[in-house]
Design a protein around this ligand. Structure first.
Ligand code: NI
Length: 260
């Protein structure tokens, strides 16, 4: 039996992937990618992701509004996201979080939306997908606050690039840690050292496609099939055969997202 991988974070509604989706999914299947969560970034994207998941059995969807899109969201957009959460195709809430790299959305608005997503995820019993860019202290502050009030948080720190102390704090609150193509970059030894310390049963892999293609495809449009390179790199980091690493991370993702 070959690899069985679960790409926990792909933006298949992005034009670069959606316009050639059947080929993208064939290549993913050929590479051993048996499950993909297509991750929403806006209310419209949430509806598209749910529709895509309805058409393709290997896909499931998240619904949510990305921090960089929160400024352009109207009240009706949030209502639309909330109206989709109980759909059977929906396995996660997000992506949400905080981003100080871009300033598309005032920080207080990002915080408001992050809090809304955390609350919505708890109410519907689905895991939350967290984006954190140059905002580790702020994300930790809000997660610690939520954890202090409500207890363990089900979800994932997606495309993790932070330091071990941040990963450790997130793991202690119950979160999973997911790595994308950046962990394969030559200059990313610090991140590989962090990955080596994450308990295997709490680790996930993802592409974050169409962004962040892993080595040796860096610079190309990323797609779910490319997760094999990230998984191979991480298997080496933790000292496991790729098949064993794939089996464990796929089992982690299935349990987190409730996919049998
Ligand atoms: Ni993303």
């Amino acid at each position: 039996m070959g690899l069985e991988l679960f790409d926990t974070h792909a933006h298949l509604d992005d034009d670069r992937l959606r316009e050639q989706l059947s080929e993208v999914l064939v290549r993913a299947g050929a590479a051993g990618v048996i499950e993909i969560v297509t991750i929403a970034t806006t209310a419209h994207s949430s509806a598209v992701c749910v529709a895509l998941a309805g058409h393709h059995p290997q896909l499931s969807a998240s619904v949510g509004i990305h921090p960089n899109h929160a400024a352009e969201a109207a009240d009706a957009d949030w209502d639309k996201v909330a109206s989709l959460v109980d759909r059977p195709e929906v396995v996660a809430i997000g992506e949400t979080g905080l981003d100080r790299h871009w300033d598309f959305t005032p920080f207080a608005v990002q915080e408001d939306y992050f809090a809304r997503h955390l609350d919505l995820a708890r109410r519907c019993g689905k895991p939350v997908v967290i984006h954190c860019r140059e905002a580790e202290a702020d994300v930790l502050r809000m997660l610690c606050d939520d954890h202090a009030r409500h207890g363990p948080i089900r979800g994932v720190m997606h495309s993790f690039t932070g330091v071990w102390a941040t990963a450790e704090a997130c793991l202690a609150m119950g979160l999973h840690v997911s790595f994308a193509g950046m962990v394969t970059y030559k200059n990313a030894q610090d991140l590989r050292d962090v990955a080596a310390k994450v308990p295997l049963e709490r680790m996930l892999v993802e592409t974050d496609s169409p962004y962040l293609s892993p080595v040796p495809l860096r610079g190309k449009v990323n797609e779910p099939a490319h997760v094999v390179h990230t998984a191979a790199c991480l298997a080496g980091v933790v000292g496991l055969q790729p098949e064993v690493f794939a089996r464990q991370t796929t089992s982690n993702a299935r349990a987190l997202f409730g996919r049998k």
